[in-house]
Design a protein around this ligand. Structure first.
Ligand code: CTP
Length: 428
């Protein structure tokens, strides 16, 4: 298991986090202004307002915070409407969940950011693993519905209590000790995605799943997990591949028996360092790290398995095609060992570039790189229009001739336009 505890600053045992809230290295100034505006507006509407979850956790760890998880005791949609009236932007309201997404005006954010405004609420689960039904409630109740103590803290935003930490469940203590602890024994059964979350936090921060919590990842929880929709489970793997320690997370899921439940293979440790690799500029491809992660993970399986995983987990078309391609290419590789550049090119151009790139990462086969950086761009000078000018009747012969000309360029049999013209005459 990979431990990264040294990267994490241990939390300050402070009850007021005003100092951290005003630290521009942790919260950029434009976000601080945004929070001040939200606090002023919610105060004027008599709605106590808090920052919760990952925000409180990461602030205590003195890590820069990205997401502002804002919770209000009151109607978050009304608050959002007022904020839009005053500061601009747009609101998307979800009446059923009492939440709103504020699409921030461009002058309050550096990118086209959004901010979630959430009404403090209680949740009840009609059945294990189902999405919960929600009712507005006090912040204490909202905290009690959360996954782990380290995520169950809130920080007051109201002027008088600005920066006060609400820690009713020992979150700060668990953070200091690096423990991931659920709030109640049914937590994983109610929401089995929390198994993935526990593993993510454990490996991200080099923490430990507290022993009683670990025991709760039992048969019942795993059964509840296996009933979740494929899309929800795939989303959890997507989140893993966004992380720097994705390989360690997959190893841990294997250890806990979670991969076996879904007939998923273990992650090949030899590929771990490749997960964080970026394609060199000369490749001119943008390798989405989630796609890269799945390709590395599943490339050594079979097409049959990919078809069944794709159905079970609702893989995107891009992912399914990328996986089927890399499996096929891996099989083809030995057959093409001494092939000419043209043969490689005609093979590879039928496959997604990401699959070729990942196969190159793993095998270091130089033809794969040559195709991506050079060969794919080499075309014949002579075009279909030139053939028409020579009164060659249109039809499949065009493709045949142009392919032969391209192959000659690729294989160095033609080096200039004269030689190409000469070759053309022999082909007519
Ligand atoms: N939460 C929960 N149970 C879940 C998902 C989320 O209790 N299954 C709560 C936690 O309190 C969490 C908060 O909702 O802190 C926000 O969730 P999310 O944005 O998914 O996580 P973050 O805490 O922001 O952590 P991360 O850094 O992984 O995004």
């Amino acid at each position: 298991m990979l431990h990264v505890i040294s990267e994490v600053k241990l939390p300050l045992m402070e009850k007021n986090l005003r100092r951290l809230m005003l630290d521009p290295n942790l919260i950029p100034p434009h976000k601080q202004t945004l929070l001040a505006n939200i606090a002023a507006q919610s105060a004027s509407m008599q709605m106590p307002c808090y920052l919760v979850g990952g925000f409180a956790r990461d602030l205590l760890l003195q890590k820069p915070v990205n997401d502002l998880d804002v919770i209000v005791e009151g109607n978050a949609i009304q608050l959002g409407d007022e904020l839009v009236r005053k500061y601009g932007g747009k609101l998307t309201a979800h009446q059923k969940f009492f939440t709103a997404i504020w699409h921030l005006p461009s002058d309050t954010s550096d990118t086209s950011d959004t901010l979630d405004l959430i009404t403090a609420r209680v949740e009840s689960y009609k059945q294990a693993g189902a999405l919960p039904t929600v009712k507005p409630a006090a912040i204490e109740d909202d905290i009690a519905r959360r996954d782990f103590t380290i995520n169950a803290m809130a920080i007051c935003l109201d002027a008088e209590h600005f920066g006060d930490l609400i820690d009713l469940l020992g979150g700060q203590n668990d953070l200091a000790q690096g423990l991931i602890r659920v709030l109640h024994p049914r937590s994983f059964v109610d929401d089995p995605t929390r198994i993935f979350r526990a593993v993510r936090y454990e490996q991200r921060y080099g923490f430990t799943i507290e022993p009683d919590t670990l025991e709760l990842i039992d048969q019942e929880a795993i059964e509840a997990l296996s009933k979740l929709s494929g899309e929800r489970i795939r989303h959890e793997f997507d989140l893993i591949f966004e992380e720097d320690n994705a390989a360690a997370m997959l190893f841990r899921l294997k250890e806990l028996g979670i991969l076996d439940v879904f007939n998923l293979p273990e992650f090949n440790g030899d590929y771990a360092s490749l997960l964080n690799s970026k394609p060199p500029d000369e490749f001119d491809i943008s390798a989405d790290r989630v796609l890269l992660g799945y390709l590395l993970w599943l490339m050594d399986t079979s097409k049959d398995l990919i078809h069944s995983l794709s159905r079970r987990f609702d893989f995107t078309l891009e992912l399914t095609a990328g996986l089927l391609s890399i499996i096929q290419l891996k099989k083809d590789l030995p057959l093409f060992k001494d092939a000419k550049p043209s043969a490689w090119t005609f093979l590879l151009e039928r496959h997604p570039f990401i699959s070729i790139y990942v196969l190159w990462l793993v095998t270091n086969e130089s033809a794969l790189k040559d195709f991506l950086v050079k060969w794919q761009y080499i075309k014949a000078n002579i075009t279909g229009d030139d053939l028409k000018l020579r009164n060659i009747p249109t039809g499949p012969r065009y493709k045949e001739i142009l392919s032969k000309l391209r192959a000659a360029w690729l294989d160095g049999e033609v080096k200039n336009e004269n030689e190409e013209q000469e070759l053309l005459i022999t082909l007519l």
